[in-house]
Each structure stands twice: as structure tokens, then as C-alpha cells.
Design a protein around this ligand. Structure first.
Ligand SMILES: [Zn+2]
Length: 199
């Protein structure tokens, strides 16, 4: 498959999953939907699903570079070339998973636990949260398309895993990558209502 077509398909699946995710937010977690920054969500969604590949031909420094061009999960390819770490051989479990956005969300939750945050610290933490939510949904969409497309060829494999474990890894990470952002958005709703009735 030509690279551009593959990019466009990853992009399309990313948008579809992102729209479905946002639709669920609007329906079941309205406060979440109004709190999450949609631009931040959208950029990271696309980066996770297909990469910001449309900048490639524009020749803008950095933005047209490899790390923006590649979908985030496929960063294992250039990173392996640069570092030679065997852990990064494509498709590495570290990048083809929800682990990295989950770590960012964990960092966000930890920061928000601390009392006495300045307003700018809170807004920075929320940008991290919204970006991580977009990235998580984007990576999930990327995994869905990787798995569907590979199934029609030699099968879907995470490096070092057999077929069954690769699919198990896929489903666990889809559950986490979409479920945890939904839970976070949903908890924004349930946190607010008690505050509202108290005041
Ligand atoms: Zn991939």
C-alpha cells in the first residue's frame, strides 16, 4: 500500500474514532466535553492516529520533520534507528499501547492531588491531560487500523509476542486507551455536581 494511502486511512480511522469518542462525551459526560480543550484533543488525536503528515511537503523546520510526520506509535521506527535499543524494534509494545498517555495522565492526576497549585500550573496540567486524552484515543485508533490491515496480510503482531498475545495486548490497550479517558471525563461531571449543591 502506498505510504500516503496508509496515512490517509490511519487519519480517517483516527477522525472516526475521535468523533465517536466526542459524541459519547457530549451524551454522557457533558461537563467533560466542555472542559476538555478540543483543539488540544484534536491535534494529539491526529498525531496518535496518523501523525501530522500534511506538514511534510511544506518544508517547515521541525514541523515537517520525522517525529511530526510519523504517528506517535510508529516512533519506535526512527527511535530504534537512532538508539538501537531492542525494546524499540517495530511494533514495540511500549509504543503500540496506551502506556505512554496513561503515564502522562498518571502524572496529571498526581499533580492535581497537590494542594496550592498556582492557576498557571493548573492550566498547564490540564493541557497535559487534554493532550494525553487525545493521544490515547488517537493511539487506540491507530492500533485498530494496524490490526485490521495486518490481519488481511501476515497477521497482527506486537514485537516479541505471538498472535494470540498480540490480540490480547490490542484489546487490553483499546479498553484502557478509550475507557480511562472516558472515566476521567465522566468523573469531571460527578465531581462538579456535589460542589454545585454545596454552594
Ligand atoms: Zn503502527
Amino acid at each position: 500500500m502506498p505510504a500516503l494511502l496508509d496515512k490517509l486511512l490511519h487519519f480517517g480511522v483516527g477522525l472516526a474514532v475521535g468523533i465517536a469518542f466526542w459524541w459519547v462525551l457530549e451524551r454522557y459526560a457533558r461537563n467533560g466535553a466542555s472542559t476538555i480543550n478540543p483543539i488540544c484533543f484534536l491535534i494529539m488525536l491526529i498525531w496518535g492516529a496518523s501523525g501530522l503528515f500534511f506538514f511534510r511537503k511544506l518544508g517547515i523546520p521541525i514541523l515537517s520533520g520525522t517525529l511530526f510526520y510519523m504517528a506517535f506509535p510508529d516512533w519506535d521506527i526512527p527511535l530504534y534507528q537512532w538508539t538501537g535499543f531492542r525494546l524499540l524494534i517495530h511494533r514495540s509494545w511500549l509504543f503500540h499501547s496506551a502506556l505512554i498517555p496513561m503515564a502522562a495522565l498518571g502524572g496529571w492526576a498526581w499533580v492535581m492531588q497537590r494542594s496550592r497549585l498556582a492557576a498557571w500550573q493548573k492550566s498547564l496540567a490540564n493541557v497535559v491531560r487534554d493532550g494525553a486524552i487525545g493521544l490515547s484515543v488517537g493511539i487506540s485508533a491507530h492500533l485498530i487500523w494496524d490490526a485490521l490491515l495486518s490481519s488481511t496480510r501476515r497477521g497482527f503482531y506486537i514485537r516479541g509476542f505471538n498472535g494470540a498475545t498480540s490480540y490480547l495486548w490490542l484489546f487490553v490497550n483499546l479498553g484502557m486507551g478509550i475507557g480511562i479517558p472516558l472515566l476521567i471525563a465522566w468523573s469531571m461531571r460527578s465531581n462538579r455536581q456535589p460542589n454545585h449543591s454545596e454552594s
